[in-house]
Design a protein around this ligand. Sequence first.
Ligand code: ZN
Length: 132
Amino acid sequence: MLCEECGEKEAEKDVLLDGNSVSMCSRCASISSGVVVDKPTQDQVDDSKRMWRVKEILARSAGIPYTEKPVNLPNTLRTVSLEDLRRVDRDKKSAYQVRAESRMKRYSEESEKKNSADNIIEEAKTFKEEVD
Ligand SMILES: [Zn+2]
């Protein structure tokens, strides 16, 4: 079938023009003021026939690629076992312990520094007294 616009080339596209579908060659279609209707691909046809997940629709409308992966529910929505609670408690306790130990270490280092500073001051005083 030839292009309805120029009548020279092979018609490849359907163009909606003033409410009518006109078959045009790709050159005429690109310069026409109508809307070029592309035939859907097989994937698009298949997509239109299947059920869509809400997440999928939202992702698509937001322009985000949708990938199906296991959902990581927050702890509150998962069943929490007593062992889970005990483990959390243990983890917290050990975290506190580590923090307390490092604080103690820092404190002892600081007091050591202070002691040596005090010693230097004391030595300086003694030295000054000796000189005087
Ligand atoms: Zn044409």
